[in-house]
Design a protein around this ligand. Structure first.
Ligand SMILES: Nc1ncnc2c1ncn2[C@@H]1O[C@H](COP(=O)(O)OP(=O)(O)OP(=O)(O)O)[C@@H](O)[C@H]1O
Ligand SMILES: [Mg+2]
Length: 422
């Protein structure tokens, strides 16, 4: 008995060949495909701009714009790898860095990441703190000069860097070639916010955007081609219901042509089917995967709300759950909000500002604020949650502020017995 158990491993059943996946890694978010359907023009344009690097000259800096999931990051990685292979094969020197500025968004962090492409001992020679930016910059210039060659630095989500740390480091980096003799540096900035350059010093703006291009969103047919390419590698023959790829493509096309959404939908649907021990990914799994992704999105959005927004949302929920009224006005929300602020020693904003926050929550889809006419009494908004309470409850319970506000409301601390109807 014991020996039979010892010879069995709980993972045995999980590692044996399934019916669905042949190679699941091609659906992972960091997989870089060898070929990008419907991005040939963009790849050609970027390759032309970077061509001078093959002769050891500095290519222009490039700004790449495009909505989420249009292939900016993946294409930039692919082109950098291709350029690196080509230059290295020809005996040239090239250094490439791909920096995600949502994660690395301090001037020091950016310079350190670039420094590490030149030398393995950057961390040892440059202290983490105590140096002025100019000193770190001068150290980077020295390392670049020692190493020589071209550096291609991708600043992905570059708007996050500007929002967090301003444009000082970009000012240095876009002017670095004037301080270099033996080395050259080009930048590729990527952003889905076309307006971020309005916050830049005009010199930085024109130097960073020497060239710019926009990746357009994909339509349903293009997404279908992208999915087809991946599905061929990822799945066993017959593992997908014939309608599944078109359905995933169509759903993602409705949402600004996002290839990430299309691929995630397919991957999650397939994982659900696999977990069920099913032989085929059906339309039903895609629908379930989509509703799971929507719930995840609501969770992320609610948990990342600023505190004042959370206080307003908690007020709306408290009113709704306590009074069972689905017709709260801004005044009703404000009354409860004001009590929550008192209780939690939060500075209460004006009713006008709360009206603005209600509109933002409405736009984000978590509540609905319907404008209704009251005849000669003018107009008002009836406010209610747009996500079922059963879906919101587990999210709220993961947030200590909102859950304590709701607990207190449940004990009758904030809500007046009868809300006004208008
Ligand atoms: N033309 C394409 N062919 C194959 N795969 C693609 C194509 N376009 C995008 N993808 C894939 O879609 C996913 C999302 O692409 P990517 O991460 O490059 O988007 P992005 O434009 O950088 O989005 P974000 O602005 O949100 O960062 C990745 O897995 C990528 O490999
Ligand atoms: Mg990206």
């Amino acid at each position: 008995m014991q020996s039979a158990q010892a010879s069995r491993n709980v993972f045995d059943a999980l590692t044996s060949e399934g019916h669905i996946f042949r190679n699941r890694s091609v659906l992972s978010s960091d997989y870089v495909p060898e070929d990008f359907p419907h991005r040939n023009d963009e790849i050609d344009q970027v390759a032309h701009i970077l061509r001078p690097a093959l002769e050891g000259s500095r290519p222009s800096n490039i700004l790449i714009y495009g909505q989420t999931g249009t292939g900016k990051t993946a294409v930039a990685r692919y082109i950098c790898d291709q350029l690196k292979d080509k230059v290295t094969a020809d005996g040239g020197a090239i250094h490439t860095a791909h920096i995600n500025c949502k994660r690395v968004n301090t001037p020091y962090g950016i310079l350190a990441n670039i420094g590490q492409t030149y030398t393995t001992n950057w961390e040892d020679s440059i202290p983490h703190t105590g140096w002025r930016l100019e000193q770190v910059y001068a150290a980077l210039c020295r390392k670049a000069e020692e190493a020589g060659g071209i550096a291609l630095v991708v600043l992905d989500e570059v708007d996050a860097l500007v929002k967090k740390s301003g444009d000082e480091v970009l000012y240095h980096l876009t002017g670095i070639n004037a301080d270099l003799g033996n080395a050259r540096m080009s930048l590729i900035g990527i952003s889905n916010d076309t307006k971020f350059t309005t916050f830049l010093d005009p010199r930085v703006k024109s130097r960073l955007g020497e060239e710019s291009l926009t990746f357009p969103p994909y339509n349903a047919l293009q997404l279908r081609d992208i999915l087809d390419q991946r599905a061929g590698q990822a799945f066993h023959e017959g593992a997908l219901d014939p309608q599944v790829l078109s359905l995933c493509a169509g759903r993602a096309a409705q949402e600004h042509g996002d290839a990430r959404k299309a691929l995630d939908l397919l991957r999650i649907a397939a994982e659900m089917a696999e977990r069920d021990g099913s032989r085929q990914v059906t339309v039903d799994y895609v629908n379930r995967a989509e509703s799971m992704m929507e719930q995840d999105q609501v969770r992320k959005m609610v948990l990342q709300l600023p505190l004042q927004h959370k206080a307003v949302l908690a007020s709306i929920l408290a009113n709704e759950s306590q009074s069972r009224l689905d017709r709260q006005t801004t005044g009703d929300v404000y009354d409860t909000y004001y009590r929550i602020c008192n209780r939690f020693e939060l500075d209460a904003l004006t009713q006008r500002r709360i009206g603005g926050i209600i509109s933002e929550l409405d736009m984000q889809g978590v509540i609905s604020a319907r404008v209704v006419s009251l005849g000669r009494h003018g107009r008002t908004r009836f406010i209610s949650t747009a996500v079922p309470f059963s879906e919101l409850q587990p999210i709220i319970s993961d947030d200590s502020f909102m859950s304590s506000a709701l607990d207190l409301a449940a004990d009758g601390h904030f809500v007046r017995p009868q809300l006004r109807l208008m």
